[in-house]
Design a protein around this ligand. Structure first.
Ligand code: URA
Length: 242
């Protein structure tokens, strides 16, 4: 049994105070009856019968969002010198313990997950779980060719001794490609490109596991994952949705 206001606040429908207000305002129903007591204790099966403004809220004990990160912002929640992705988190989602899952460089765009589930975040980033991350990239320098596709597919070691595991390079043309990696080393894509004699001109992450960047999200926009997206992500990480 858990308090109604706590259940809704934890799922991101406002601060405890805001949630209390919306319950008192009669916006919440339980099994067809308006509930105005924020402290009402709800049993686990009854959680499915909650309606907020006539709609079924997404009740989970973890929060997961996808952000379409624009360039020019660092992947951090505060920084004295740089703009951070914190400014894309609307007020009602702040102070919910959301942290970015791994890092995209300042100039990299695209899919960045934010969650308050540390175990999920760890598994997405850990090479042990081999979670796919797919990037769209444009290089300058020498064009890519079939030899590069094979080199990436076999994995390779750089002169400084760094080892990159096998990855999948799909050429769009010589300068533009999709690259899927199964680990998340620091500046990985840029270093992979550099060690084969190219500079990355543009980099955007477009997928993590089965989760694709929503094409309807413009740069700087964020949305909660759907129930189906959550389930797929948890199952890719061999975890149960919470
Ligand atoms: N690899 C990079 O080099 N940079 C990123 O931002 C992500 C992957």
């Amino acid at each position: 049994m858990e308090r109604l206001d706590k259940i809704l606040a934890k799922s991101g429908y406002g601060t405890r105070k805001e949630v209390k207000q919306l319950i008192r305002a009669g916006r919440v129903e339980l099994a067809g009856q308006v509930v105005t007591d924020p402290g009402l204790k709800i049993s686990a099966p009854d959680v499915d019968n909650i309606l907020l403004d006539g709609l079924k809220p997404q009740i989970h004990s973890s929060l997961i969002f996808m952000l379409n990160k624009p360039g020019g912002f660092i992947t951090a929640l505060s920084d004295a010198r740089h703009d951070t992705i914190a400014e894309f988190i609307p007020p009602q989602w702040q102070n919910k313990g959301l942290v970015p899952v791994g890092r995209l460089d300042k100039d990299t765009e695209g899919l960045l997950l934010l969650t308050n589930d540390g175990q999920l975040s760890h598994r997405i980033c850990s090479p042990k779980w081999e979670i796919e991350k797919e990037y769209h990239l444009i290089v300058q320098g020498r064009p890519f060719d079939q030899q590069d596709v094979e080199k990436f597919a076999n994995g390779f070691k750089t002169r400084d001794g760094t080892e990159f595991r096998p990855s999948k390079l799909e050429l769009i043309d010589g300068f533009e490609a999709y690259l899927t990696v199964f680990e998340g080393q620091y500046h990985q894509v840029k270093r992979m490109a550099k060690s084969t004699g190219r500079e990355i001109k543009y980099l955007r992450r477009i997928r993590i596991a089965d989760l694709e960047l929503d094409p309807d999200l413009s740069l700087g926009e964020l949305r909660m994952l759907t129930d189906e997206e959550r389930e797929n992500l948890y199952s890719a990480c061999d975890l149960k949705d919470k």
